[in-house]
Each structure stands twice: as C-alpha cells, then as structure tokens.
Write a protein that binds this ligand. Structure first.
Ligand SMILES: Cc1cc2nc3c(=O)[nH]c(=O)nc-3n(C[C@H](O)[C@H](O)[C@H](O)COP(=O)(O)O)c2cc1C
Length: 227
C-alpha cells in the first residue's frame, strides 16, 4: 500500500485494482483511454468532437471511457479539502488507471472552459507516484488535445493553453492537436465533414499508438531490456 496523495487521504493510490499483467511481456495489449471534456450545453459540439476522437481510439484498439459535460461538474477544486465528492474520486481513479487520455475544451473567452480546467485542477491530488507504474499527474501518458470554438482564433489559442496545461501535468500532448471551428463545421453530421472527422480520429489513434509504445517499453524493462 502506497502513501496517499498529498492533501487528500481519500484519493485512490493503491495498485491493487490495476491489471496485474501490466509490464508483463505476454500481456495482450489493449490500452484503456479516458476521454474527458465537452460542455454542459445540449448538442455540445465539443462533446461531439470528444466522441469522434474516442471513436478513433476505439478503432485503434483501445477500451475507451467517456466523461463528458455534466460528468465533470465538480465542486471548485480546494487544495485544503480532506475529502472529495464521489464524482471527483471517480475522475481521479479513471485518470490514474488510464493508459492515455483525450481532452477536449470549448474555447470560452479565448481560453479553456472553467469546467474543464477545474476538472484538470483535481489532478493535483495525483501528485506523487500513485502506483509502481504511475508517476505524478499524467506522467507517461499521451494526451490527445482538442479545442472547439466559434472562431479559429479562440480555437487555436485554447489548443495552445490545453497543451501547456498537459505539459505542466507531465503528460505528452499528441503531436497532432485538432481544432474545430463550430461556426463552420457541423459535427452532428459527421459524413458531411470527413476532413474534421479524420483529424479527430487521428488524435485518438495517436494516443493509442503512444500507449502501445509505453507498454512495449514497460515490457522490455520487465525482461531486463532484452526485448
Ligand atoms: C461563456 C462562453 C464564452 C465563449 N467565448 C468564445 C470566444 O472567446 N471565442 C469563440 O470563438 N467562441 C466563444 N464561445 C463559443 C464557443 O466556443 C462555441 O460555441 C463552442 O462550440 C462551444 O462548445 P460547445 O458547443 O461544446 O458548448 C463562447 C461560448 C461561451 C458559452
């Protein structure tokens, strides 16, 4: 049993419930990907983008779990709090166990939405190693970064912010980051916007590719670097 993350004794830190074959060279590699984001708006375009990127990860062979919109409505992150809501604990457990993530934010006033940033602030509770194969925060995980706004300027600016936040959380932003201009692209009719769908799928695929690379690395370490 490892020590609890600082500031919150409730945060899941044990690795008891992790796949015991992690790092085993014989493991059948099927990475788990957590897809986070969207807005609370009905017909949210950023949630649609999230689900399309998640589809790309699924097609690439991942098991994907989606936490979207209202799933992320958590109390404002309080570093001094000693207990967390069940929803926050669920988020933390899913992040801890994910082999990769996809994160989508709408552009609000030129930047990340408060909903998403607050959810990411909770990852402070994952500071320090939370299991033998997990370092601080998003260490060792690729994070597919996607931004959706009513114009290109806010979409691109929000993507930059999201990448910065992922870097601060020790994650690996995917090389390709997607932006969607919701004033031009209707994601509720994916067949009409194949280029956007392909870009969002690519982000999901890159997360899975990186997870496979990390799994191979973990397996090679488990065999003393011989594979
Ligand atoms: C509070 C708020 C602020 C916004 N600020 C901007 C902005 O600065 N620039 C922009 O292009 N769009 C802005 N938008 C529009 C959203 O980015 C756009 O509608 C996006 O598709 C929202 O995502 P959603 O459909 O998932 O809710 C704003 C929307 C809201 C609700």
């Amino acid at each position: 049993m490892r020590e609890a993350a600082p500031g919150n004794s409730q945060v899941p830190t044990a690795d008891d419930d992790r796949d015991p074959s992690y790092g085993d060279p014989g493991r059948v590699a099927r990475p788990s990907v957590l897809a986070l984001g969207g807005s609370t708006r009905a017909q949210s375009t950023s949630e649609a983008a999230l689900r399309i990127a998640a589809e790309g990860a699924t097609q690439a062979g991942a098991d994907v779990q989606v936490l979207a919109g209202r799933d992320l409505m958590l109390p404002i992150y309080d570093p001094d709090a000693t207990d967390r809501s069940p929803e926050a604990l669920r988020l933390l457990a899913l992040v801890r166990d994910a082999d990769g993530l996809i994160v989508v934010s709408p552009g609000y006033h030129g930047g990340l939405s408060g909903l998403l940033k607050n959810a990411l602030d909770y990852l402070e509770d994952l500071r320090g190693a939370t299991s033998p194969d997990r370092g601080s925060y998003l260490d060792g995980r690729a994070v597919g970064c996607i931004a959706v706004a009513h114009g290109w300027q806010a979409a691109v600016g929000t993507l930059h912010q999201l990448r910065q936040v992922v870097h601060a959380l020790r994650g690996w932003p995917t090389p390709f980051g997607a932006v969607v201009n919701s004033s031009e692209v209707r994601l509720d009719e994916p067949a009409a916007v194949p280029a956007s769908v392909e870009q969002l799928h690519l982000v999901g695929r890159q997360v899975v590719e990186f997870a496979h690379m990390r799994m191979s690395y973990a397996a090679s370490q488990a065999t003393g670097g011989s594979s």
